[in-house]
Design a protein. Structure first.
Length: 430
């Protein structure tokens, strides 16, 4: 073989092995990060482990491959080149995966926001509005917001009317959301924690029984609390509720994101496919604490806010006003959203208990709700004391487009007035 041809082949082989070695090294480095993070949730440990693995595999692959066909000088040159190549790719890798997302802060605490201190030292932010009539009811109304992790923005819709009817009204940010405490140990975000917090809230307001109004995920939480403490709930209203239990109808999709189109879908895809976001998702699956220590609450909450903004038009009827995702100033909680949802997928079926509960219940079904009809109907079919009222012209947010109809149903229900309930098996919107 011509010496120049042989030299060219060796050089081509060297380049090929360098490139393949860098790819293999990056894959090994990424795997090392995940394995190390599963054992030790310290970024300095699992990132260093990935870097050492990347470098070590590069050295072994490049040296071993080129030693078979290159001169000593050739494989040494290739080894240096392989290390330099891997370092360059590693820097690019770090830039993509470790460059922080812009953070979001909640700003000053508005007037009227107060805090309940819980036994573990955490705090729940809340707003309260007392009854404005002399005939004050002994049972307060507590609103439960959605998400998990999407807090309210001040006093809930209809507060003034409920106050005029004699009810004290409370709305609070659930743990890990809004201005409430973010947990250092994110594995503490569970359904059971939210139920326990709600029981603590009942004790804080000094009521033997409460009236619950749960919106979206808040409806799911209200059902869990009702199953755990049926004697503590005087009445409960589920407004556009999420699932009562995920395995009740496992084939349904309660997410609106599949309906995104155009620029909003493009922006959503950009946010959710960003390398840093994907790394966080992988770490959440191996060790949530590792994800939290690498990517903190302020950054993660900001990303959740940006994702919510892309779906601001999905909660209402076509052509209606944009939803709340556009205007949130009270920080949403990323980690409570991710981990409470994950825990919700593992809980025991509450329906056997709920089928025995006689607590009066109102289920409001909005015409344009993206939650599948069968998931809303499950509340009516499970709770013996439930009445379903259909709200035309409303979306998932329900109050924004059909406030008067919503209020009539809520106030009538609390006053014990007979309501015209929907008893059919099929979605009344069809």
């Amino acid at each position: 073989m011509n010496p120049s041809t042989s030299s060219l082949l060796r050089r081509s082989g060297a380049v090929l092995v360098i490139v393949l070695g860098a790819v293999v090294a990056l894959a090994a480095g990424g795997l090392a990060i995940l394995l190390a993070a599963a054992a030790v949730p310290l970024p300095v440990v699992f990132v260093a482990g990935g870097a050492v693995t990347l470098l070590g595999v590069t050295v072994l692959v490049v040296r071993g491959g080129l030693a078979l066909g290159a001169s000593r000088r050739g494989w040494r040159t290739a080894l240096v080149g392989g290390i330099a190549w891997s370092a360059l790719v590693g820097v690019a890798f770090g830039f993509l995966f470790l460059r922080p997302f812009p953070e979001m802060t909640g700003g000053p605490v508005p007037a009227g926001v107060r805090f309940w201190s819980l036994d573990d030292g955490t705090r729940l932010a809340y707003v309260a509005s007392p009854a404005t009539t002399a005939e004050r009811k002994p049972t307060p109304v507590i609103f439960l917001h959605g998400g998990p992790g999407t807090p309210g923005e001040g006093l809930p819709f209809g507060t003034a009317e409920l106050n005029a009817a004699g009810y004290d009204v409370y709305g609070y940010d659930q743990i890990g959301a809004g201005r409430s405490t973010r947990l250092d140990d994110v594995t503490g975000y569970t359904v059971a924690r939210n139920v326990a917090d709600l029981e603590a809230v009942r004790e804080k307001v000094g009521a033997d029984q409460v009236i619950l109004i749960g919106q979206s995920w808040g409806g799911s939480l209200a059902a869990q609390y009702l199953a755990a403490h049926p004697d503590r709930v005087a009445k409960v209203a589920f407004t556009s509720p999420g699932e009562i239990w995920p395995d009740a109808h496992p084939d349904t999709d309660v997410s609106p994101w599949g309906k995104l189109t155009g620029d909003r879908k493009k922006r959503y895809d950009e946010l959710t496919s960003a390398p840093r976001f994907l790394l966080q998702a992988l770490l959440l699956g191996t060790n949530p604490q590792a994800a939290h220590r690498l990517i903190g609450d302020a950054e993660s909450d900001a990303r959740l806010h940006e994702i919510a903004v892309t779906g601001r038009d999905l909660g209402g009827c076509p052509g209606g006003p944009p939803g709340e995702g556009e205007v949130h100033q009270n920080p949403q909680g990323f980690y409570t959203n991710q981990l409470t949802n994950a825990d919700f997928e593992t809980i025991a079926d509450p329906r056997p208990v709920l089928r025995k509960v006689q607590t009066p219940a109102l289920v409001l079904r909005a015409e344009c709700d993206y939650v599948p009809w069968i998931d809303t109907r499950e509340y009516r079919d499970t709770l013996p004391g439930a009445t379903m009222v259909y709200i035309p012209g409303a979306g998932h947010g329900i109050t924004g487009e059909a406030g008067p109809a919503y209020l009539r149903a809520i106030l009538g229900f609390l006053a014990g007035e007979p309501l015209t309930g929907y008893t059919g098996a099929e979605d009344p919107a069809h």
